[in-house]
Design a protein around this ligand. Structure first.
Ligand code: TYM
Length: 334
């Protein structure tokens, strides 16, 4: 809480090509619920360097992601959209919280295990303490709610544990955040392997829909989506591929699962896949057009970036000063 307003914090990494999973699992929900909260949407570039990045590419992607937040419908006058690296409080609070987090807890993080396996030549300390930085992001703004996809649940749990541990020692310093999972789309799966989540780091481009894919590409990828040989469009455990396509269709059309099952009763997979592809293309086209338009307005974006960094800094500093005082750092002489 800040004053009498509930706070929402969320963020995304500017690494790889953003996928439909990022959009349906996170960004679309952000837009839907933003009005109810005081919001902070960060482009989390500090997190990105836990794996090696090309500097120019990272800068470009970070700006593209910030543009995408706005293009998706977040008004930057009302929502604080900013780069994490522009607010030094994230790193400062992360250091303090590192001292309240146990190695054993971090060792259990599945994302760390996955990423360590994938980047065996660069298992750096930042990758290990990544969840602590994420906790700092959230706690710095006293967030009540954090809308994320299902894969971030474990990180939210550790954030709550760290906050509760800190509060138990120093009093009520941090708001304990709740996770917000959307009703649909919290777990969009790979189009090539429906047991795996759709991920921007997947090596097979046919496994993911990228937000900037054109209509033909989107339709082609859905046509090739791996399903099964049951030949019926029903939402059930044994048909993970079809279930995933139904989830995507539902998220884009706002129809219910039952409506979709009825709509495609007795119809073939080919027809259904085409309909899903078209629904996704219809959803993404306006987004792509707004990205193209906004990207041209450099001065506008620069203004947003500057003003919102200042706004974020203001709130971040409030929490940070409180925490610094609690742990016993000397007060600043004015
Ligand atoms: P990131 O950048 O991997 O993903 C951004 C958001 O997209 C969601 N998401 C998905 N949702 C549904 N289906 C999928 N296949 C899918 N893939 C990704 C993620 O759950 C996430 O909500 N560590 C975070 C970024 C972060 C953050 C934070 C988030 C840093 N600090 C503080 C919330 C609060 C991450 O890497 O997300």
């Amino acid at each position: 809480m800040i004053g009498d307003r509930k706070v929402l914090f969320s963020g995304m990494q500017a690494t790889g090509n953003l996928t439909l999973g990022n959009y349906l699992g996170a960004l679309k929900n952000w837009v839907n619920i933003a009005d109810e909260y005081l919001t902070f949407f960060s482009v989390v570039d500090l997190h990105s360097i836990t794996v090696r990045q090309d500097p120019a590419e990272l800068r470009k992607r970070a700006r593209a992601l910030l543009t995408l937040y706005i293009a998706a419908g977040l008004d930057p006058e009302k929502n604080c959209i900013y780069y994490q690296s522009h607010v030094s409080g994230h790193a400062e609070l992360a250091w303090i919280l590192n001292c309240f987090t146990y190695m054993g807890e971090l060792n259990r993080m599945t994302q760390f295990k996955d990423k360590a396996a994938k980047h065996a030549d660069n298992i750096n300390a930042g990758l290990f303490t990544y969840p602590v930085l994420m906790a700092a992001d959230i706690l710095l703004y006293q967030a009540d709610v954090v809308p994320v996809g299902n894969d971030q649940m474990q990180h939210l749990e550790i954030t709550r544990d760290i906050a509760q541990r800190f509060n138990a020692i120093y009093g009520d310093v941090f708001t304990i955040p709740e996770v917000y999972l959307g009703k649909v789309g919290a777990r969009i799966m790979s189009l090539q392997d429906p047991e795996k989540k759709m991920s921007k780091s997947d090596e097979n481009p046919n496994a993911s829909i990228y937000l900037m894919d054109d209509t033909d590409t989107i339709i082609r990828k859905f046509k090739r989506a791996v399903t099964d040989s049951e030949a019926q469009i029903v939402y059930r455990e044994e048909q993970p591929g079809i279930r995933n396509l139904i989830d995507i269709y539902v998220a884009c059309t706002k129809k219910s699962v039952e409506e979709v099952e009825r709509e495609f009763d007795g119809k073939g997979y080919g027809e259904f896949k085409l309909a899903v592809g078209e629904a996704v293309a219809t959803e993404l086209r306006p987004l792509q057009e707004r990205v193209a338009q906004l990207s041209k307005d450099k001065a506008y974006l620069d203004g947003i970036i500057k003003n919102n960094a200042e706004k974020a800094e203001y709130y971040a500093t409030k929490t940070l000063r409180k925490v610094q005082k609690k742990v016993g750092f000397p007060e600043r002489v004015r």
